[in-house]
Design a protein around this ligand. Structure first.
Ligand SMILES: Nc1ncnc2c1ncn2[C@@H]1O[C@H](COP(=O)(O)OP(=O)(O)OP(=O)(O)O)[C@@H](O)[C@H]1O
Length: 186
């Protein structure tokens, strides 16, 4: 960037570009939001429990929806926090309340997902410690999902908090050229 000019940006023109920007957004959250990794750790544990207990298709569907809702709301919460910070850097009660409401939605979704897991897997949850020991003895390969879950949880400790004024990565040169070509001449 030179002379204070903003980097070129514009509407994503193709589906591939839209995916690339969405993926860049996810990577940014992944790099800066510890909570996102904790949600992934929890979802991995939930799905591992479903796998060990031989959950039926409908149970999988409900669990995937419940865990997905938490992750998507964390995603939106991060977007809302960023938008609020863009709108004001001063202490504004409404700004604080908007952030609290968005964070509350994530918390509510996480509690509902936990409740959903308990209701859907039911008494099977009590078998999990026994299944863990049995798998460790007889089929250790069934324990492998615990490794990514552990990685998500431990790596969340090292995630630096999002700095709101952190520069957004520049779009690839090809996208910048396309965006510039689409902008109407003044
Ligand atoms: N501009 C502001 N004016 C008033 N209160 C604010 C403002 N910004 C943040 N707050 C308060 O501080 C709390 C923490 O804000 P922050 O931006 O650090 O979000 P956070 O909840 O820590 O986000 P994260 O999900 O990244 O952990 C908010 O929930 C809100 O109550």
């Amino acid at each position: 960037m030179t002379g204070g000019r903003r980097p070129s940006f514009g509407r994503a023109g193709t589906l591939a570009e839209s995916f690339r920007y969405a993926w860049a957004g996810f990577r940014w959250i992944w790099a800066t939001e510890a909570n996102m990794r904790l949600h992934f750790a929890a979802a991995t544990l939930l799905f591992t429990a479903a796998w060990w207990l031989g959950a039926a298709s409908w149970q999988w569907a409900v669990l995937i929806l419940a865990a997905g809702m938490v992750i998507l709301l964390e995603w939106l919460n991060t977007a809302i926090e960023g938008a609020v910070d863009l709108a004001t850097e001063e202490f504004r009660p409404l700004a604080g309340r908007v952030k609290d409401v968005a964070a509350g939605a994530v918390l509510a979704a996480a509690l509902l997902a936990t409740l959903t897991g308990v209701v859907v897997l039911g008494e099977g949850l009590l078998q999990l410690p026994g299944l863990f020991l049995a798998h460790a003895r007889e089929a250790p390969w069934r324990l492998w999902p615990l490794l990514p879950a552990l990685y998500f949880a431990v790596s969340s400790l090292g995630v630096r908090r999002a700095t709101r004024d952190e520069p957004v990565p520049r779009p690839p040169a090809r996208d910048r050229r396309r965006a510039a070509a689409r902008r109407p001449a003044r």
